[in-house]
Design a protein around this ligand. Structure first.
Ligand code: SF4
Ligand code: SF4
Length: 438
């Protein structure tokens, strides 16, 4: 993809002007856009936002507070890209607009401070992230969280905090990066050597999923290389416009994963995988790192993409006894389905596990409302979007719901609990690992 700076968006690489002029204003993307469906407002649709970006880029409109709000109200789910017959790269445009708003400090002071603290300070240092996660674990395990919730003290202190509390990820007993060695041998003959990103949230809150992923890979004949001293890949920062932090974190990841001898780099988080695949475009002004970044991007595959393309077969049927087979369904993470276009591979893998009845989830690729930190900063809208997802889940009453992104897991778990639905929510890696168990 050729990139250049759109006028008015200097310093931010976005696809050239064609992506803007390519928009035919046909409106085919509108019914796929959760924020348009929610509000009915043209300015909250992909087509409306493209017009706004074009107007600000050409200087016809100022970068107003309303403009910035509208950019942040977008989930960046990229369902509109999937629907667009003209191939408009909407995601690149909205991320460029957010980056420009962040660079020009056009957001509220509170939002800027929040972003700088979490994206630029906590996530940019894995040591700091682990420190914060350890404090959170003490809060969650000591009974203090339970006490504050049950007594209503949390709601009395801050109703907003009480609403956000259930969306806090449950911190793992141990962090996967603390226990994983640099090299893990395959069971049996080595077929591939793959790099593995432990991630940030995946490391501290989904350590079990990281272990399941590695177990599946080893059983599939992979030697797994886990570069030590990893930190966040930068995707969250890029998603919210802090490109300086995003580039810094991405540079660290490129330096760790550019090593010789890796066949693939395997991802188990849709957002991280999507951003790794974009690394080649991030370092236009750093030619030396740009070629390494392109190499890393080209080697990156989602776990399901890798397993499906290399003939993974689950080895054992899950016993179902005399009862009906458990019903399993699959929810598409936006950054896997819409950004990476990985749609069929996870379905084929889930369907290949014997002993289950696969049922397609209605509107499986409709965003769940998680979208990075969207469910925190746009909480009301995120909860309304979640309701639609839970309605669809309830309509098919699955026993198991499989998905491939930590944000979706936290958000959907909250939706299921609120509705009182008894559905086992599993990451794809865990579902496949169970299918390999003796
Ligand atoms: S990225 Fe999602 S929320 Fe944003 S305009 Fe496109 S469909 Fe709508
Ligand atoms: S973004 Fe694509 S689908 Fe949406 S209005 Fe423009 S051309 Fe049509």
């Amino acid at each position: 993809m050729t990139t250049t700076s759109v006028k008015g968006f200097a310093g931010v690489d976005v696809p050239n002007d064609d992506v803007i002029t390519n928009c035919m204003h046909c409106g085919l993307c509108l019914p796929t856009c959760p924020t348009y469906v929610l509000t009915g407002l043209e300015r909250s649709s992909p087509r409306g936002r493209i017009r706004l970006i074009k107007s600000v880029a050409s200087g016809d409109l100022p970068m107003s507070e309303l403009f910035v709000e509208e950019m942040n109200f977008c989930l960046d789910c990229q369902a509109c890209e999937t629907a667009c017959p003209a191939g408009v790269r909407y995601g690149s445009l909205v991320e460029a607009a957010r980056a420009q708003a962040f660079a020009q400090e056009r957001e509220s002071r509170a939002t800027r401070l929040l972003k700088r603290f979490f994206l630029g300070t906590v996530f940019s240092s894995h040591r700091r992230l682990k420190g914060l996660a350890t404090l959170l674990k003490v809060y969650q395990r000591s009974g203090m969280a339970w006490f504050l919730r049950r007594t209503g003290i949390l709601a009395a202190i801050s109703p907003k905090l009480a609403r956000l509390d259930p969306l806090t990820p449950q911190i793992s007993d141990s962090f996967s990066s603390d226990v994983l060695p640099e090299v893990l041998s395959p069971y049996g003959e080595r077929r591939y050597r793959v790099g593995f990103l432990t991630g940030c949230i995946m490391d501290v809150a989904f350590g079990n999923v990281n272990m399941d992923t590695i177990e599946v890979l080893r059983r599939h004949g992979c030697e797994v290389i886990v570069p030590q001293s990893q930190s966040c890949c930068g995707s969250l920062a890029a998603h919210y416009g802090d490109m300086t932090s995003a580039r810094r974190m991405a540079a660290g990841a490129v330096d760790l994963f550019k090593r010789d001898g890796l066949d693939w780099i395997v991802m188990n988080s849709a957002g991280c995988g999507a951003f790794f695949k974009e690394y080649g475009h991030l370092f236009a002004d750093d030619p030396e790192r740009a070629s390494a970044a392109e190499l890393v991007a080209a080697r990156t595959k989602d776990l399901t993409e890798f397993l499906a393309s290399t003939g993974f077969r689950p080895r054992h049927a899950r016993p179902s006894g005399n009862k009906r087979p458990p019903r399993v369904t699959y929810h598409d993470a936006c950054h896997l389905a819409h950004t990476q276009k990985v749609v069929q591979e996870p379905r084929r893998l889930v369907q290949s596990v014997p002993g289950y009845e696969y049922v397609e989830l209605p509107e499986a690729s409709w965003c769940c409302g998680s979208a990075g930190i969207y469910n925190i900063v746009e909480h009301e809208a995120a909860m309304q979007i979640l309701e639609r997802k839970v309605d669809n889940i309830a309509s098919i009453a699955p026993d198991v719901l499989v998905t491939g992104n930590p944000g979706c897991m936290v958000q959907i778990r909250h939706g299921l609990e609120r509705r009182g639905l008894n559905v086992r929510l599993l990451h794809t890696a865990t579902f496949l690992r169970e299918a390999c168990d003796p």
